[in-house]
Structures are given as C-alpha cells and as structure tokens.
Design a protein around this ligand. Structure first.
Ligand SMILES: [Cu+2]
Length: 115
C-alpha cells in the first residue's frame, strides 16, 4: 500500500514538494536499534514516543539463533545467528513493554518504554 502511494504521489507532485512531504512523514515514525550479544539485549531498555509507529531493528551478534518475543507487543520472530531483522510495532500507549529472547529467557530480557 505504501509503495503504491509513493508511485502515485511521485507522478502527481513536483519533486521538491514530494521530498518535503516524505521528510515530515518519516518524522512521525520512531526507530529503535537493539543488539543481542552474549544472549543479552543491548541496550536492555529503549524508549520511543507514544502513539507512533515504531520500527525495531534487531541485530543478533551471537553465532546462535534467538527468538525475539513479547506478549504485550504481540511479536515473535526468530533471528538467525549473525543475522538481523526488522520488527514493525503498532502505535502504543505509554507504558513499559517487556520483551525477551525465548531461547535464552534467563538472560535475554529488555523493556520498550513508551512515553
Ligand atoms: Cu517463542
């Protein structure tokens, strides 16, 4: 859907106008970077604004696979050893949302703090 809108608007709008629109559209999204190292999330607490679509980029620096999981964020995704993934999170209300590595839950734990 997004790609389609891009094509249509690109045809309709002058380039300068379009780039301005795109920049403001990006400002309404938040990106969070996470790494997994030694079966722990780094950082173990990340922040993002409320009522905003969030993209979480997770890099697994361990050689073993991990599963990013969160009941409250409704996410469950396996990340290969040495791999990375992109998670799309719906706009959220303020709060602390726990996530964990399902394969190493004793150490791999973190919180997404929405404020
Ligand atoms: Cu799981």
């Amino acid at each position: 859907m997004k790609a389609m809108q891009r094509v249509c608007l690109g045809v309709l709008l002058a380039p300068g106008v379009w780039f301005g629109f795109q920049a403001s559209a990006f400002a309404q999204e938040a990106t969070v970077n996470l790494s997994i190292k030694d079966h722990r999330f780094q950082p173990s607490e990340v922040r993002a604004p409320a009522n905003t679509p969030i993209t979480i980029l997770v890099r697994n620096l361990d050689p073993t696979p991990e599963e990013f999981e969160s009941k409250t964020l409704r996410v469950e995704k396996i990340i290969a050893g040495g791999g990375s993934t992109t998670l799309r999170i719906r706009p959220l209300g303020a709060g602390r949302y726990r996530f964990f590595g399902d394969y190493h839950e004793d150490t791999a734990e973190g919180y997404l703090v929405i404020e």
